[in-house]
Design a protein around this ligand. Structure first.
Ligand SMILES: NC(=O)c1ccc[n+]([C@@H]2O[C@H](COP(=O)([O-])OP(=O)(O)OC[C@H]3O[C@@H](n4cnc5c(N)ncnc54)[C@H](O)[C@@H]3O)[C@@H](O)[C@H]2O)c1
Length: 369
């Protein structure tokens, strides 16, 4: 039996640890107290340990960590403001300064306890400080568990563009305790389901059908997905990262929905911010419309996906539906080649074409329709 205590809840659940130890990804999924986390911490008994949180994970997740693992009793805790704006050079700079002032050495340990913002920023700082500080990720949001924490892509936004500066370096270990999800606000859970949608489409018809039904039930009842389904989604990402850790080939499929998704998210960031996973869900829906217009995806499949997103997510802000407003963000996309906007096109669930492109006229047509 595993108990998860925080000021706001006491949550009991049992689950066997699922472990993956590949050449890139090292991960335990299940109750933290039953994972190899305590043994891992023991390796750092003579070192400094720092825990990076944001104000929300400080409030909801930190106490459990500090009270369950005595090795962490004297850890330094660094608290960030929550939200995408924290994934910035200003906060990276402050963290580098703090590590320097605290005389942190390469052998010390940074634990990132939070969603994708904490893990993207924290792991970026860890990968650059003294050319690589030990780093363990403890994702606490659905999105970070099924996606952001896996695969070693670390980074910050820059000049309003998503993930412009970053590194690819795997963390030393990832511990995913689904108990943390208990305090995650529902809109953030919905956002995570957007990346889950992508994984289910990449995997194939079986997982897509299963996912569609379970998500419809989860949303209707405001209930979380089963840990078995979470593990399936996590494995989709692990399998791709293991095949192609540096995104030379197959890993590009994880950009499905992200060419437009990142443009939507960045376009709205200043005036009407939308959650990353919501932007990705709409990116998937509109990129499917483009693939259909290009004759790559059949109309029924594109429409089914569009209807699914429309039924489960609030509409995109109007500024995101103005094609010209998206152009500067699409022009900064890291995948661009020969001045073409690249995207991964879905052909059918489980089947896709990498390195496809679309133009402004095609974008205008789908946004208008
Ligand atoms: N590195 C990658 O491969 C990768 C992949 C996908 C997304 N991302 C990035 O991840 C980020 C989005 O991640 P996110 O959705 O986790 O955002 P986030 O880190 O901002 O978390 C969302 C919100 O939930 C709160 N929160 C997190 N866990 C909580 C918990 N257990 N209880 C209560 N509140 C909690 C956070 O404080 C925040 O307010 C984006 O910046 C995106 O670009 C990175």
């Amino acid at each position: 039996m595993h108990s998860l205590h925080s000021p706001n809840f006491i949550y009991f659940y049992t689950m066997a640890i699922q472990r993956f130890q590949g050449s890139s990804v090292q991960l335990d999924f299940g109750p933290l107290t039953e994972s190899s986390f305590p043994q891992k911490l023991a390796q750092f008994s003579a070192q400094k340990i720092l825990i990076l949180v944001d104000e929300n994970t400080q409030q909801h997740c930190l106490e459990y960590l500090l009270t369950s693992f005595e090795q962490l009793a004297h850890a330094e805790v660094i608290v960030l403001p929550p939200g995408e704006e924290t994934k910035s050079i200003d906060y990276a700079l402050q963290l580098w300064e703090l590590l320097t002032d605290y005389e942190v050495s390469k052998k010390d340990l940074l634990i990132c306890l939070g969603g994708g913002v904490v893990s993207d920023l924290g792991a970026f700082v860890a990968s650059t400080y003294k050319r690589g500080l030990n780093c363990i990720l403890l994702p606490t949001s659905l999105l970070a568990m099924i996606d952001a924490a896996i695969g070693g892509k670390n980074g910050i936004d820059f000049k309003g563009y998503k993930n412009l500066i970053g590194t690819i370096q795997q963390p030393d270990y990832i511990y995913m305790d689904p108990g943390f999800l208990h305090s995650l606000p529902w809109p953030e859970y919905l956002s995570g389901l957007g990346e889950g949608l992508k994984h289910s489409l990449i995997s194939g018809l079986d997982l897509w059908q299963h996912y569609k039904n379970d998500v419809a039930f989860a949303i209707e009842n405001k209930q979380q997905l089963s840990t078995a389904l979470l593990w399936e989604l996590i494995q989709v990402k692990i399998n791709i990262v293991e095949q192609d850790p540096f995104e030379i080939g197959v890993r590009q499929v994880l950009n499905l929905g992200h060419t437009l998704g990142h443009a939507f998210e960045a376009r709205c960031m200043e005036s009407e911010p939308i959650a990353h996973g919501v932007a990705v869900a709409w990116g998937l829906a509109y990129e499917a419309q483009i693939a259909q217009a290009q004759g790559l995806l059949d109309q029924d499949a594109a429409q089914e996906l569009f209807d699914f997103v429309r039924a489960n997510y609030s509409a995109l802000p109007e500024i995101a539906q103005d094609a010209m407003g998206l152009v500067p963000f699409l022009n900064q996309d890291k995948k661009n080649q020969d001045n073409r906007w690249r995207y991964a096109a879905l052909k059918s669930p489980g089947s896709y074409l990498l390195n496809q492109s679309f133009d402004l006229a095609q974008l205008k047509a789908v946004l208008k329709s």
